[in-house]
Design a protein around this ligand. Sequence first.
Ligand SMILES: C[S@@+](CC[C@H](N)C(=O)[O-])C[C@H]1O[C@@H](n2cnc3c(N)ncnc32)[C@H](O)[C@@H]1O
Length: 232
Amino acid sequence: MLEYVRNLFKKQLPPLSVSDIARSKLTYLPAAKLQNIAQCIQKIQTQRVPGDFVEFGVALGGSGIFIARQMARSRRFVGLDVFGMIPAPGPRDDQKSHERYRVIASGESEGIGGDRYYGYEPDLLTKVKSSFAAYGIPVDGKRVTLLPGRFEDTLPHWNLRKIAFAHINCDWFDPITLCLETTLPLMSPGGFIILDDYKDYGGCKRATDEFLQRHKNVTLLDSAHNAVLRVF
Ligand SMILES: C[S@@+](CC[C@H](N)C(=O)[O-])C[C@H]1O[C@@H](n2cnc3c(N)ncnc32)[C@H](O)[C@@H]1O
């Protein structure tokens, strides 16, 4: 039994470093945001907070791969995204968000490091699956699952389970509110929710602040880079 556990342990790939994933050109996240993710996951694992790891807003898969490579073998990763063009912002989003969307929709957005913008890829889902496989975490529908489609459509059919860590990176007010409210009842006490866009887009800050007002069992621990929330 002990040998079996040792072998399982040996097969576990080591976590990716922040510089490894930053070099991959698969993520928009700077080092400080990735460090916060790594620290939360480390706490979840040392404190044995039960549950899956989820990401809302996968794009090219960079932060998702970084998260999935930190997980202990017993956990699952679920990534949700349209894997295509980002849906439009709404009336509760700020001018900056609407301007960003205008550039994307016009076909003029640049990708990471001068690459093609991911939203213009003809088959983004296949590309993202290849990237997960290349980093040693194949999308097998068991340990790692990607759910394509708008959250509004996929979340009602999602096989919902306990969540220990949620990374919410979908930019605009409405999807962020939906993801927060769907995730909270599933969160284990001691689990973390990170909102990537808290300092970047007004709709994300507004959605997060209103959510914190409604739910007193959630605390904002840090918002210097991304917003780090802990659920009690
Ligand atoms: C900034 S990108 C995610 C970046 C990624 N986490 C990384 O490592 O760089 C935001 C993603 O959220 C997705 N998204 C936004 N609103 C959505 C919605 N309503 N349903 C599904 N996906 C959505 C977009 O398609 C886009 O891929």
